[in-house]
Design a protein around this ligand. Sequence first.
Ligand code: ADP
Length: 242
Amino acid sequence: MTGRLEVRGLNVVFDGFHALTDLDFTVQPGELRFLIGPNGAGKTTLIDVITGRVRATSGSVRFNGTELRGRREHAIVRLGVGRTFQTSVVFEELSVLENLDLAASFRRSPLALLRARRGVSAEVAGVLETTGLTELADRPAGVLSHGQRQWLEIGMLLVQRPSLLLLDEPVAGMSRAERERTGRLLQTVAKEHTVVVIEHDMEFLRRYASQVTVLHEGRLLREGSVADVQADPRVREVYLGR
Ligand code: ADP
């Protein structure tokens, strides 16, 4: 379950303000792509356009050849596009397992739901394993550490079987050990999905990113390996501040 994301000539104008300008952005199936850029660069707007939350002024956003532009958010979810938000969507009073079941139910038929009530579905069990949350399945989500909660949110996306995952700063606020674990989780997820991650942490990028896209003032500033991007004087100036 993966796919190719192809953004062409994308423009987003809010009341005369150009948030994205003539943006071309392609992510190949199964890629783990990092999106960086200073505050206001347009990263969130790009994700918002892909997911149908924000309307593009012009251009196209194709996923596996299907035009997403003009479709509504829930229709884009059904086409296999899932995202996390900076604010948590976890229900604290429900257990880890119940949160995953609930997320899985968003795409299940009533019959499948009835069957699922008889036990943990193989799929949810698989996601518990992938996210390292098996031991915590029966704990209320409210007691999870910050890192565990982020993994649960990624799990809640995975059980909805997306082909493209868009993650907004998944390691923000995490300890070093949690970052390492998240990096490995993202690499595992990217084996079967196309993944785009907004992330600022350069050390994390050096360890886990192969391709990086740098946005600046709504335009594509640079694309390439972490080493190429870091060596680019324009990137150093606008993003790294040196
Ligand atoms: P980033 O995620 O890279 O920090 P954003 O995509 O959030 O950047 O924002 C890009 C620019 O667009 C910012 O200057 C922001 O103020 C502006 N912007 C974002 N959403 C809106 C909106 N709904 N209305 C007006 N301006 C917006």
